[in-house]
Unconditional design. Structure first.
Length: 268
C-alpha cells in the first residue's frame, strides 16, 4: 500500500457518514504505520520497556515521606510514556509524512472535513496508546502491588484528557517543520521536557516547591496528577480542578493553533 492509498481510503458517496470515513482512513493509516518500522517500534515497544527500567531509580527515592509508593509513581509514569511515544511522537511523524506526500492535500478535495482527516489519521496511534495504558496498568497492579484506584473517575478522566490533548499538540508541532526529519527533531524538546518535568521521573512531591509549581503547568503534568491522585486518593478537589483546568487550557490552545497554523501542503 502506498501513501496515496490513504487519500482514496475514505468513502466518497453522499451517504457515507463521518464515522465510516474516519474508520476507513484509520484502517489505511494503521497499515502505513506498521510499514514505518522505526515509528512503529518507538510507539509500540518503548513505552512498554521504560516504566520497568525506571523501577530501580524510583526505589532509591524517599517516597514514604511524600506518601507515595513505587507503584503509585511508576503506574502514572507508564501512562505518560505511552502518551508521549505511542501518541505524540508517532503522530508528529504521521502528520508531517502525510503532508509531505501530499496525502492531506488530496484528502481535502473529497468529502472529508479537516477535523475528520486529522482525527482519522490519529485513531491508530490513539488506540495503540489506549491499549498500552490498559496493559501497563494491569501489569503495574499485578507486579508492583498498586491495588485498585481510590478515585477511578480521576484516573479515567486524566487518561481521556491525555488521549485527546496530545494528538492536537502533535498536529501543532508538525505544523512548524519543513520535513519528516525536521518534525522528528521538533518533537524532541517537548518530549524530553515532559519526561523530566511532568512527574514521570521525579514526582512533584519530591521537587522544590517553586520548580514543582512551574512543572505542573506542562501539558503532561495534569494527566500524571489526575492518574496518580486517582490511585492514591490523596488529590483534593482544588488540586483536581486545577489539573483539569490546565489540561483543558492546553487542549483549547492546541486546537486554536491547529486551526490557525496547521499546514496542509509542503513548504516550498
Amino acid at each position: 500500500m502506498s501513501a496515496e492509498t490513504v487519500a482514496k481510503a475514505a468513502p466518497t458517496g453522499t451517504t457515507a457518514t463521518a464515522s465510516r470515513r474516519m474508520t476507513a482512513l484509520a484502517r489505511a493509516e494503521l497499515t502505513l504505520l506498521g510499514r514505518s518500522k522505526a515509528t512503529f517500534f518507538a510507539a509500540l515497544f518503548v513505552p512498554l520497556i521504560m516504566p520497568f527500567s525506571l523501577r530501580t531509580a524510583v526505589e532509591d527515592m524517599d517516597l514514604e515521606e511524600a506518601g507515595l509508593s513505587v507503584g503509585s509513581v511508576i503506574l502514572p509514569s507508564a501512562v505518560g510514556f505511552s502518551l508521549l511515544f505511542a501518541v505524540y511522537s508517532a503522530l508528529v511523524s504521521v502528520y508531517a509524512a502525510r503532508r509531505e506526500e501530499l496525502v492531506l492535500k488530496r484528502l481535502r478535495t473529497g468529502e472529508l472535513r479537516d477535523v475528520e482527516i486529522l482525527a482519522g489519521a490519529a485513531l491508530p496511534s490513539v488506540l495503540i496508546g489506549l491499549v498500552q495504558c490498559v496493559v501497563l496498568t494491569i501489569a503495574c497492579a499485578a507486579l508492583l502491588d498498586v491495588g485498585a484506584p481510590e478515585a477511578p473517575h480521576l484516573a479515567v478522566l486524566g487518561l481521556l484528557l491525555g488521549l485527546v490533548m496530545w494528538p492536537a499538540i502533535a498536529a501543532v508541532v508538525a505544523s512548524f517543520s519543513r520535513s519528516l526529519e525536521g518534525a522528528q527533531v521538533a518533537a524532541m524538546p517537548l518530549l524530553l521536557v515532559s519526561m523530566m518535568g511532568s512527574g514521570t521521573f521525579i514526582p512533584f512531591e519530591l521537587m522544590p516547591d517553586r520548580l514543582a509549581t512551574i512543572c505542573e503547568l506542562l501539558p503532561l503534568s495534569p494527566v500524571i496528577t489526575l492518574i496518580r491522585g486517582g490511585w492514591t486518593g490523596d488529590l483534593g478537589g482544588y488540586e483536581a480542578l486545577g489539573a483539569i483546568a490546565t489540561a483543558v487550557a492546553w487542549l483549547v490552545l492546541s486546537v486554536f493553533a491547529v486551526q490557525r497554523w496547521f499546514r496542509w501542503e509542503p513548504r516550498h
